[in-house]
Unconditional design. Structure first.
Length: 344
């Protein structure tokens, strides 16, 4: 077993009863019309491939798979697909252990898969999974937010930036343009950054402990380290079965000076909240904009909770990224989730 997996569950030798679920509406699948057929060839008859056309069809499919005793589900899509699948599995398997999950990046945005070290063409990743003779496992929680299950939660500034992204140029070029605009506006204290980082009074409770009403500009609660490529803003996401909670106040001027620390996952100073937690409640007078795995929502009351750990499966040949919750940068066990909030 590789060093990267030395602190996780022992490897297994078989995927067991395997189902591959492809989201035909996922961005990567839409852009690559031959992907579904290549996935079918990669599967080589050693499992069943399904492409449900709707949420109703997905729910019906999962009910059948549970009845048939599926042991591993490989899902091809992006973050939005993962959100749909995790939510549907949570309902179909409620009260029972989930099947193992394998992520195959096939969406416009594949942040969840990238955080688990899974990049590249989905059909090649499936081929590696099928051809492997030993499989590494990683158990990590997900988060349930107002009845939906995902990996990455962000409110206020995080959601506003996502909305701005969807309104403008999307894809890598859109990300670069939006980041450039945000940094330039922040440096000049322009209207765009002021709108993105506007404080909103939020009554906040963490692990059932009321913290009062705080003026907050951004909130994140993630079970993975990087909410965007290269931005390790929540490096302890998933550690100890908890999410990493980060909240900011005021303009981004101080944070801009610490971009290098955000990039590498080093501790950042001046945060309103920076701790691991298992339960979070946010309440506001007006609906708070928030995003879960890239999908947009709004609510006056938001409840975030960790789920029971889910088992993700990888072929042993995959080299996992260092610094995951199961391996600290020094190669020692992860720190306790009980981190205290740091206030400016």
């Amino acid at each position: 077993m590789s060093e990267e997996h030395s602190l996780g569950p022992p490897p297994i030798r078989s995927l067991g009863n395997l189902a591959v679920i492809v989201n035909p509406a996922a961005g990567g699948v839409q852009r690559d019309l031959g992907l579904v057929e290549r996935l079918r060839r990669s599967l080589d008859g050693r499992g069943e491939l399904h492409a449900p056309e709707s949420i109703v069809a997905l729910v019906t499919l999962l009910q059948g798979l549970r009845h048939d005793g599926v042991e591993t589900i490989a899902v091809c899509g992006g973050d939005g697909t993962n959100l749909q699948l995790f939510t549907a599995i949570s309902n179909a398997w409620r009260g029972a252990a989930w099947p193992r999950i394998a992520l195959l990046p096939g969406g416009s945005v594949n942040t969840g898969a990238r955080n688990l070290g899974i990049v590249g063409p989905a059909d090649l990743r499936l081929r590696e999974l099928i051809d492997a003779t030993s499989f590494a496992l990683e158990r990590r929680p997900l988060i349930e937010v107002n009845g939906r299950t995902g990996m990455l939660f962000g409110a206020l500034m995080v959601a506003r930036i996502m909305e701005a992204y969807y309104r403008g140029l999307t894809g890598p070029a859109g990300c670069v343009w939006l980041a450039t605009r945000l940094v330039a506006s922040s440096a000049a204290r322009g209207p765009f950054s002021r709108a993105m980082f506007a404080d909103t009074p939020v009554a906040i409770t963490v692990d059932e402990n009321p913290l009062g009403t705080l003026p907050l500009s951004a909130i994140m609660a993630n079970v993975v380290a990087a909410p965007a490529v290269g931005l390790r803003a929540t490096p302890l996401g998933g550690a100890g079965g908890a999410f990493h909670l980060v909240a900011t106040q005021g303009p981004p001027t101080a944070l801009l000076k610490q971009l290098g620390r955000l990039w590498t996952g080093l501790p950042v100073t001046g945060l309103a909240l920076d701790r691991n937690a298992s339960r979070l409640t946010l309440t506001a007078a007006e609906p708070l904009p928030y995003t879960l795995d890239g999908e947009m929502f709004a609510s006056r009351r938001i409840r975030v909770e960790t789920t029971a750990p889910v088992t993700f499966v990888f072929p042993e040949l995959i080299t996992r990224p260092r610094g995951t919750p199961h391996e600290s940068r020094a190669g020692t066990p992860p720190p306790s989730p009980a981190r205290t909030a740091r206030r400016p």
